[in-house]
Design a protein around this ligand. Structure first.
Ligand SMILES: [Zn+2]
Length: 249
């Protein structure tokens, strides 16, 4: 069900919500972070990317768009000035309670749209908790297709097979969505030595990255950003449609 405009939970009256929840039983919830993104990008980078993609997805599917969650787990960057860290336990509880609240009002499924890898463990825990205790369902989408998109469109070398942060991809995405918030004169390239234990133990990133960038932000362009965002959007839409089709009686 394509909609004419984005159905924003935050902007609806309760009677509007009641009518809409009779027509659509699912919603999309963007999850970002307020954490350092190098000297050239805003701390809300993941929120901005998540909101951009979910607006398009809500428009294409007719899903209700929930208000984004910005204060989320950010363990790795917690010592950089300005970063806000919420514990995994707190965030898991919040997601479970959001899902239970909305289930009461007819929203059976929430697509949790993760633009921030650091929140993934807490989102997984919430999804599992609901499976055991409730009929409300969370479906976690971690920027579907982003690995392929980065391989296809980025020119710079990846610093790490899993972690990407404030480098070519995120800088390019922001140049495409909110160029007014990017200061390319401060963009840097930083490829710290990789501790072989990274991932096995949680090393605060300030111990190896002075700028907070891991990779090359200097080669970012708005064109690269738009190509990556479009790719992720298409993949995300595909995943939501496959899931919705699997629910059809
Ligand atoms: Zn980010």
């Amino acid at each position: 069900m394509k909609s004419e405009k984005v159905m924003r939970h935050f902007e609806m009256s309760w009677p509007e919500f009641e009518i809409l929840a009779k027509k659509t039983n699912y919603a999309i919830l963007p999850v970002g972070a307020i954490e350092q993104h190098g000297p050239h990008l805003p701390m809300g980078t993941d929120v901005i990317i998540g909101e951009y993609l979910t607006e398009r997805l809500a428009m294409a599917t007719g899903a209700i768009l929930l208000h984004s969650l910005a204060y989320t787990p950010s363990f790795s960057c917690r010592y950089y000035p300005g970063t806000v860290r919420v514990s995994d336990e707190t965030f898991t509880s919040e997601l479970v309670e959001i899902a239970e609240s909305l289930y009461l009002h007819g929203i059976e499924t929430i697509y949790v749209y993760l633009a921030h890898l650091g929140a993934a463990a807490a989102c997984k825990a919430a999804e599992r908790k609901l499976l055991l205790t409730s009929k409300a369902r969370l479906i976690n989408l971690l920027l579907p297709g982003y690995q392929e998109a980065l391989g296809k469109f980025c020119r710079s070398e990846r610093w790490h097979p899993i972690y990407v942060h404030a480098e070519e991809y995120e800088t390019s995405a922001l140049l495409a969505i909110r160029p007014d918030l990017v200061d390319m004169t401060k963009a840097v390239k930083e490829y710290p030595e990789i501790d072989p234990l990274l991932g096995s133990i949680s090393i605060p990133w300030n111990e190896f990255s002075a700028s907070g960038v891991i990779g090359d932000a200097t080669v970012a362009t708005a064109e690269t950003g738009q190509a990556i965002l479009d790719y992720i959007y298409e993949k995300s839409l595909e995943v939501i449609r496959i899931h919705q089709d699997s629910l059809e009686p």
